[in-house]
Design a protein around this ligand. Structure first.
Ligand SMILES: NC(=O)c1ccc[n+]([C@@H]2O[C@H](COP(=O)([O-])OP(=O)(O)OC[C@H]3O[C@@H](n4cnc5c(N)ncnc54)[C@H](O)[C@@H]3O)[C@@H](O)[C@H]2O)c1
Length: 346
């Protein structure tokens, strides 16, 4: 799966829904070996390891003890967002690089400290933005780079009524904190631009089964004057979009769209102007094969460990996507447009 020459020993932290997916991905990887699994709920990690027939690894409820006993090459942090800060700092202080789940942290202060800890220790802390590893998103990006030209308008629509479980049902801004980060990060990836400011409203329809706001609408300004509009709902049943959202991107030479998932993105590029409407030609991107989802981020992380290169998702870059989340939450609370430059404390 990777071009790495050696096998890297992984300590997995968090045995909830996504922890199980990571356990299977690490197991399936030729470049990684799962040597231990930690969850504050020791009974849970034992039950889940048993269900997955993982009997040859260290199971623990205490991260410090597991780090000392298993001596891993890296930690995979799949805990709840409010625990990412403590888990990441503990691992980095113990001299162990971290591949952590999105969102990086539960506050910008914590995220800035996590970036500072990675810089101080000289260790890699990468956030797994798994939805970047999607052939369709890569194809859309290529159409933007090669066909539409630099974007002036970008929009995405996410609409899924999922009966989620775990922390999402209880936190204040489940859509913005736990799901919208995927779209915000993709907007940065597609445009190559950095966030400047945002106006956002978040709300919870009467029928929502989430305690916090499951819906939001946001207008971002990004560098170069790009406007990115986000429309999201995690409690809309029927007429679902894909989990990647539906995208439309507009540049000086034409438009591109992608419905997410397996949909093949297309661009319509102007070949003749002069009439009331332009004459356009359809374009598609070439091959954009990539290991999908978390397998892709694991590959990038291990390649970076081996080569010393900076991977996509390195914390110093990913914090800009997180800043979009917290600026949107702040804007919704304040009822006004706010700055997104939270990653440097502005
Ligand atoms: N990339 C994706 O597509 C994707 C999909 C789902 C979830 N996620 C992310 O994965 C993370 C986990 O989500 P989930 O659905 O598995 O949540 P979950 O609530 O099902 O499980 C989280 C687990 O973390 C454990 N935990 C909490 N604090 C801990 C600590 N300090 N040390 C050790 N364990 C601790 C909990 O006991 C629980 O078992 C979240 O950040 C979420 O946003 C990503």
């Amino acid at each position: 799966m990777t071009g790495t020459a050696r096998t890297w020993r992984a300590l997995l932290v968090g045995a909830g829904n996504m922890g199980r997916v990571w356990a299977r991905t690490l197991q399936a990887s030729a470049a990684a070996e799962l040597v231990g699994w930690v969850d504050v709920r020791g009974d849970l990690v034992e039950r889940v390891a048993d269900e997955l027939a993982l009997d040859d690894l260290w199971l623990d409820s205490d991260l410090g003890r597991a780090l000392a006993i298993t001596r891993p090459d890296f930690v995979v942090d799949v805990t709840v967002p409010s625990a990412h800060y403590a888990v990441t700092l503990q691992a980095l202080r113990a001299g162990v690089p971290v591949l952590g789940e999105k969102p990086m942290a539960d506050t910008m202060e914590h995220a800035r400290e996590m970036v500072a800890a990675a810089e101080r220790t000289g260790l890699l802390y990468m956030v797994s933005q798994s939805r970047r590893y999607n052939p369709g998103l890569l194809a859309l990006r290529r159409l933007i780079l090669d066909e539409t030209g630099p974007l002036g308008i970008l929009s995405s629509n996410f609409s899924i009524g999922a009966r989620e479980s775990g922390h999402r049902l209880e936190i204040a801004s489940p859509l913005l904190l736990d799901m919208a980060i995927h779209a915000f990060d993709a907007a940065r990836y597609l445009s190559g631009a950095d966030p400047v400011s945002v106006y956002c409203e978040e709300f919870n329809p009467p029928w929502s089964w989430y305690r916090g706001s499951a819906c939001a609408t946001a207008i971002f300004e990004l560098t170069g004057g790009l406007r990115y509009t986000y429309q999201g709902s995690w409690c809309s049943e029927g007429c679902h979009t894909s989990w990647d959202a539906e995208w439309r991107a507009v540049g000086p030479h034409g438009s591109a769209r992608w419905r997410g998932g397996d949909d093949v993105p297309i661009a319509e590029i102007v070949v003749e102007r002069g009439g009331f409407l332009p004459v356009t030609e359809e374009r598609r991107a070439g091959d954009t094969a990539v290991p999908p989802g978390i397998a892709g981020s694991l590959r990038d992380f291990l390649t970076a460990l081996e080569t010393g290169t900076t991977p996509m998702g390195a914390c110093g870059d990913n914090i800009k996507s997180l800043a979009m989340v917290f600026a949107a939450i702040e804007s919704a609370a304040a009822g006004r447009r706010v700055s997104c430059r939270l990653w440097d404390g502005a």
